[in-house]
Design a binder for this molecule. Structure first.
Ligand code: NAY
Length: 295
């Protein structure tokens, strides 16, 4: 699990001016993140707007990122889709492309029993030889992974860990406690990255990392060196920035894409029903960019 350490940005959907997937802009974001020295990317998750893209579009994005970054960093493909059939198709595609690992949210929309969720994840896992990372994000899926289902999934040696996005840091500690040394827990909520790392997360996967990779890389390094007070101070700066991003009229994703544009990386806008930035957001984003530069 050594290659799954460090700072792993959740990759953003990159669109052209018409709102279609842009290969050129995907490469721009790849090059920017590679230049910043992050350890990997998590492609096609929440920040990748997977929920608003067709299967063909999601396959195209996985392909563009793989072509640009293979051999340069760790590549994780999020393949969760409403049906098991589509998830398995994406999983096989990611395996053919040479991804290092797969990940998936639980099934969404219908409230299903644990037996169905277990079968859904297991069928994805069984469809390729790749390692698998469970994605627990109860606030968007409405499904909460229990430690008992986690333990059951860990009986399959291909399951290497969980990306935990529930807010209690306690959950990170409980999953690490249930999994032990062989398992990696990824911190999900960027607002408590430092706390998550101290409580058992070996790495982080996050949506706001792209806006300020330098800050997360520095916080991660400080935690590794046991310099927790300094790491905590960076976390405070990070949280001021995240709270400002969450206070825009437009969606946070639109705000982060605007920050990226100010930093010279144009990845286009967001797909409806996510809202674009509007009104006073431009001035607010000026202030956010200054906050990032000064942190
Ligand atoms: C993904 O799949 O895009 C992620 O891993 C991102 C996880 C993010 N959660 C959501 C719902 O976007 O990074 C977090 C989040 O953006 C951050 O904590 C700010 O709230």
């Amino acid at each position: 699990i050594a290659k799954f350490q460090g700072i792993i940005p959740a990759f953003y959907a990159c669109y052209d001016d018409k709102g279609d997937i842009s290969e050129a802009r995907t490469y721009e974001l790849c090059d920017y993140l590679h230049g910043k020295g992050v350890q990997g990317v998590y492609v096609g998750g929440s920040s990748g707007e997977c929920i608003y893209q067709s299967l063909e579009e999601r396959k195209a994005v996985l392909g563009h990122v793989a072509r640009r970054l293979q051999g340069k960093m760790t590549l994780i493909a999020h393949v969760g889709a409403p049906s098991t059939r589509d998830s398995v198709e994406l999983a096989k595609h990611a395996a053919d492309l040479g991804y290092d690992a797969l990940s998936a949210i639980p099934p969404i929309y219908f409230k299903l029993p644990d037996s169905a969720v277990y079968r859904y994840w297991s069928e994805i896992i069984d469809s390729t030889p790749l390692p698998f990372i469970i994605y627990n994000i109860p606030q968007t899926t409405g499904y909460t992974l229990t430690t008992s289902l986690f333990r059951k999934l860990l009986e399959n040696p291909k399951v290497i860990g969980v990306k935990n996005s529930s807010m209690p840091v306690l959950d990170i500690e409980r999953f690490k406690n249930a999994g032990g040394d062989e398992v990696i827990v990824f911190n999900g909520p960027d607002e408590q990255f430092v706390a998550g790392r101290i409580m058992g997360a070996g790495a982080g996967i996050g949506g706001t990392y792209s806006a300020m990779p330098e800050l997360f890389l520095q916080a991660d390094k400080l935690v590794r060196n046991g310099r927790f007070a300094e790491a905590g101070a960076i976390q405070s700066d990070i949280n001021d920035i995240i709270i400002a991003l969450c206070s825009l009229d437009g969606s946070m994703y639109a705000g982060i894409k605007e920050v990226l544009r100010r930093r010279g990386v144009n990845v286009g806008g967001v797909r409806s029903p996510l809202e674009d930035i509007s009104g006073e957001d431009a001035a607010r984003i000026d202030a956010i960019v200054r906050q990032i530069d000064e942190a």
